[in-house]
Design a binder for this molecule. Structure first.
Ligand code: TRP
Length: 341
């Protein structure tokens, strides 16, 4: 069976973009057709300035929201990265295969490190090595497919390169994975800045709809979305990115398509109103389930405990094989070996 691996970084509250662009498809499609692992990649949240209490809170919340959006622990594996040591064990080996130049060429590293320096801060070494840990996340499970947005395809390309290089040098060890971009609503854009992605890390923006926003907050944000000058409702990502974004969100929520929806509206106001209601309706069941799960923290903990155990059992043999292949001796446990010394 195809194996799928994807990760959510607990660096901010999950957004409508995360849901429509990824989580919904994991629940509706991936977990049914493939052997899927969904990981809250908490170690990755430590690569930038962070507050420990907030990371803990966001990790628990991300896990709860993944379950609330329909991931079923009977069908897939949901767990925290830091609960499975294999990620960091493998990451070190891959650091011995990756090059310094390769890391410095990563677009996300260049952007984030520049931002950090502009703020007068220092750049954590882990920000540079982050893509190697991400490669370890994927390779430790022999994943075939990695459903991610296009901002992550460069990291998945790197993962492929590292897998191929390791296999060539040390013998076949890793499955070479590929990125699989989501089919619908690949990118929900920021409502205030429709040319940039609705990212969770730029917190508190009025252009970001969070999965846990109250209906009235959702309405307000959508009604205040930036549209474009002019009046015509047409689907044109280049010329009218604001309207196009609303049409795409509406289409993703109602199952329609943006072009034909454009023909239905003759004012921005009506489009916004329907989009707001459609978003509220899509979020309603997720929020209701989230409330139930919050009332039962022991259940969520149990899911994460079982998930980590399942994940460990999958990753362990693959990572052990890599340790042997690269030249590390197995730990001496048999009495015969010590006797031979
Ligand atoms: N880097 C991803 C992001 O920022 C998160 C991530 C970490 C991930 N490890 C992964 C995604 C492995 C897919 C597979 O969104």
């Amino acid at each position: 069976m195809t194996r799928v691996f994807s990760g959510v970084k607990p660096t901010g509250h999950l957004t409508l973009g995360n849901y429509l662009g990824a989580m919904r498809q994991w629940a509706a499609v991936d977990q049914h057709r493939a052997d899927s692992l969904f990981c809250i990649v908490d170690l990755h949240a430590l690569t930038v300035d962070h507050d420990p209490a907030r990371v803990r809170r966001l990790s628990r919340q991300a896990a709860t929201l993944l379950l609330a959006s329909g991931l079923d622990p009977e069908l897939c594996t949901v767990f925290l990265q830091s609960h499975v040591d294999e990620h960091t064990r493998l990451s070190y080996l891959l650091e011995c295969v990756a090059t310094d130049g390769e890391m410095r060429r990563m677009i996300q590293y260049k952007e984030k490190s520049a931002q950090e320096r502009e703020r007068g801060g220092s750049v954590r070494l882990s920000l540079l090595t982050y893509p190697v840990l991400m490669a370890a996340d994927i390779l430790a499970y022999g994943a075939d497919e990695v459903p991610v947005g296009d901002d992550q395809t460069q990291h998945v390309e790197l993962t492929r390169d590292l897998a191929v290089r390791f296999n060539q040098r040390y013998g076949h060890t890793f499955v070479v994975p590929k990125a699989t971009p989501p089919k619908v609503a690949a990118r929900v854009m920021n409502l205030q800045d429709p040319t940039s992605k609705m990212g969770k890390s730029d917190d508190s923006g009025p252009g970001i709809v969070y999965l846990l926003d109250e209906p009235d907050v959702v309405r307000k944000k959508v009604m205040r979305a930036v549209t474009d000058s002019g009046r015509v409702v047409e689907y044109d990502r280049e010329a009218r990115p604001g309207v196009a974004n609303l049409l795409e969100i509406l289409a993703a929520c109602t199952g329609g398509n943006p072009e034909s929806l454009a023909a239905v509206y003759d004012s921005y106001g009506a489009l916004k109103k329907d989009t707001a209601e459609a978003v509220v309706e899509v979020l309603r069941p997720v929020q209701a389930r989230h409330r139930e799960l919050c009332a039962d923290p022991a259940y969520v903990e149990g899911v994460l405990r079982d998930g980590a155990e399942k994940a460990r059992a999958m990753a362990r043999p693959i990572v052990d094989t890599a340790y042997r292949a690269i030249g590390l001796l197995p730990p001496v446990s048999e009495p015969s070996l010590s006797a031979a010394r």
